[in-house]
Design a protein around this ligand. Structure first.
Ligand SMILES: *Cc1c(COP(=O)(O)O)cnc(C)c1O
Length: 232
């Protein structure tokens, strides 16, 4: 029991620290409080951990692996959690993803977007979509390249059961603030000509400040909230 209480107190502190970091960075960037949302990345964490974070006031959770996410969703179906899918998407999984998530951050090709739109159940609101962009042109990385982005935006914006909300990126890891900022600015600039999009999903535990300075509206934080990840 004491162990459980310790774990809960530790999570409470970590969550408060992350929320403080977000609030400070938002203020320091001259932005309005509430402009930046926290997405708690719960991959490899148990349903119980998600419940704990929920009880501490966190309502949006991001998952990378469909099967794992489905188990947690079933276990926590009584809670009004907003579920975000942030992992690679295989086309044979699009039906389940379209049924069980509110947001998808990792769409990077038209075919996947079409499947998600076709399979979004009638009666549910349009699925919120971010297009994942490979801002650093990395060879093995998921994401649409910047020069391919305008065409994909135009095509995805027309799909009836999707709502194109914005862009997402996971830049190559950089320790230097200026380099982090430079990568995030590429995403901000790419989004600038599309006022109908309101979301920039960028920034993780190690680069929250730069992401917020560059205009992030959703930061995705895992270890900063839950502590070290269980191996997957
Ligand atoms: C795991 C993951 C995160 C969170 O990473 P942390 O380093 O744990 O904060 C954010 N975004 C994506 C896409 C991830 O896969």
């Amino acid at each position: 029991m004491t162990d459980q209480l310790d774990a809960l107190m530790a999570m409470k502190e970590r969550l408060a620290t992350v929320n403080r970091t977000i609030a400070d960075a938002t203020k320091n960037s001259g932005r309005n409080s509430g402009d930046v949302q926290l997405l708690a990345v719960s991959k490899t964490q148990t349903a119980k951990m998600v419940k704990q974070a929920f009880d501490l006031g966190q309502t949006a959770f991001g998952e990378n692996y469909l099967q794992e996410a489905r188990e947690k969703q079933d276990a926590l179906s009584n809670l009004p959690i907003e579920w975000h899918f942030i992992g690679p998407i295989q086309s044979n999984k699009t039906r389940e993803i379209a049924e069980h998530f509110d947001w998808i951050h990792s769409v990077d090709r038209l075919k996947i977007a079409q499947h998600l739109s076709n399979k979004r159940p009638e009666g549910k609101p349009p699925l919120n979509i971010c297009l994942q962009v490979n801002v650093d042109n990395e060879a093995m990385k998921s994401g649409v390249l910047l020069h391919e982005l305008p065409e994909l935006i135009e095509q995805v914006a027309q799909l009836p059961s999707l709502k194109l909300r914005g862009l997402m990126a996971i830049p190559a890891p950089q320790t230097e603030y200026a380099k982090q900022l430079e990568a995030f600015h590429k995403l901000t600039e790419a989004a600038a000509s599309y006022p109908q999009m309101d979301t920039l999903s960028m920034g993780m535990s190690s680069d929250i400040e730069a992401a917020i300075a560059a205009g992030s509206t959703i930061v995705r934080v895992g270890t900063g909230i839950f502590g070290k990840r269980n191996v997957k």
